[in-house]
Design a protein around this ligand. Sequence first.
Ligand SMILES: [Zn+2]
Length: 430
Amino acid sequence: MIGRLSVRKRMKNTIFLSVLLMITLLVRIGYIQLIEGDELREKAYAQQTSDRAVNAKRGTIYDATGKTVLAVSSTVETVTVNPTHIKDEDKEKVAQELSLLFELDYDTVLKKVKKRSSIETIVKKVDKDKTNLLREWLEQNNITEGINIDEDSKRYYPLNNLASQVIGFCGSDNQGLNGIEAKYDDYLKGKAGSISKVTDASGGTIEDNPEEYNEPQDGDDLVLTIDASIQAIAEKYLKEACIDNVCTDGGNVIIMNPKTGDILALAGYPDYNLNDPFAVDESLPKEEQSTKMQSLWRNKAISDTYEPGSTFKLVTASAALEEGITTTDKAGEFTCIGYIDVAGVKMKCWRYYRPHGPESLRQALMNSCNPVFIGLGEKIGVHKYYEYLNKFGFFRTTGIDLPRRSKFNIFKRRKSRPSRTWHNCIWAKI
Ligand SMILES: [Zn+2]
């Protein structure tokens, strides 16, 4: 009796445990199917296929004539290996040849060739002369698998330093990092293609399953308003002027078509060679090298602010003429006594030691006589003056299609005191 009972009890327990196990398994299967399914499918696909990206050719950048090439992509090649496809007895030989041919460290290359991974990059963007030598070597040594030579593109700037701060440059993956290259990256970059290869679980090629080639889509070309000839002239004379006048901060020249607003030249000095943007001045201390590099890349003509100085007298003169406060050629309309009193502050003319005396508006402009324009500014009044600044578009950005531009900087109207406003807007450095 006792024995039979215990058998039945044992059977009951066994059935109970089996059912429990089955439920657990069902739950686990459900979990894998429903929750982890997508992830696992992706993993399996990645294991069974080894994709190599084929970079698209970036669009060409032309100057305003549409003929002078400012940036172009040339065809180069990238070498990758599928370590599992290289025979063990060939590995050292392959590493030796690759390191010799592309001037790479032998141990690093050997490590990659021996790695248990589906794909390793050996060298990017090398000229065809070199990869052709590799092709010959592979043929001579009867190595047919495991080493891929794929088409890639490399950015080249035929005019080196010309318009460097406008054009900008690209990174190692052909992505625009600066200037126009960054701003129009979406148009220029195109769409990368790929070479897919279906492999078995160990990474080996499945017979009758050739590589699938998805052609890359080349990027769009871009035509700038910059005229290479005008740009070259602007750069030449800007450099001369900076050197002759010892301008340690460098300088900028912008040449615009006044009718359309087109930028014909935008020169900055010092500049840099677009084909070697990461070149550093070795004589500088390490920590200053990067700062110096960044400053060379910066397009100061659009990213830095600068007091307009006497050029702003034109704005004041235009507003005063429009308001009927003054006329262009009335002899002796103004008298410069070397200074003007504004809210108790004596503001000097630059020629305070020998005042300009009586003068017309045209003469005052020719003399760059500060008191005349401070006086006109006062007559126009702060409220009207700001209205004109707004009408001239000074409170808006210029709309130039370059990254990192700065805004016009001026005191808010409510904060402006006469002496402050006039001092900064009109009477700034000459
Ligand atoms: Zn004066």
